[in-house]
Design a protein around this ligand. Structure first.
Ligand code: SF4
Length: 98
């Protein structure tokens, strides 16, 4: 008799569906800071990007951006410029960034 592995969705399951955050080595909530930037909440965006990553401003320049490679927006047109947006917001708070 065939057996199927079934995963009952729980919060961890839904968390893993966030491709950009799942792909990021430090699991940054890129979706969160991109939304905050879009709403003009730059300080909030800074804290979301900086939270899990003390080197956020450096990553905004040199990270290989696996988040963008995993971005679902690509299915519509092109990936969100997650790394560039990180650099934008980190540069707004140069004295506070790592
Ligand atoms: S640019 Fe790098 S550090 Fe920043 S969210 Fe994407 S993968 Fe993570």
């Amino acid at each position: 008799m065939e057996r199927y592995s079934v995963e009952v969705p729980n919060p961890d399951y839904w968390q893993r569906q966030i491709n950009c955050q799942e792909a990021c080595p430090v699991h940054t909530d890129a979706r969160g800071y991109v939304r905050a930037i879009a709403e003009g909440r730059f300080e909030d965006a800074y804290f979301i990007a900086r939270g899990p990553n003390p080197l956020a401003s450096i990553c905004g320049r040199v990270c290989g951006a696996p988040c963008e490679a995993a971005c679902r927006r690509k299915e519509l047109d092109q990936a969100v410029s997650i790394r560039a947006l990180k650099r934008f917001v980190m540069d707004r708070f140069p004295t506070a960034s790592g």
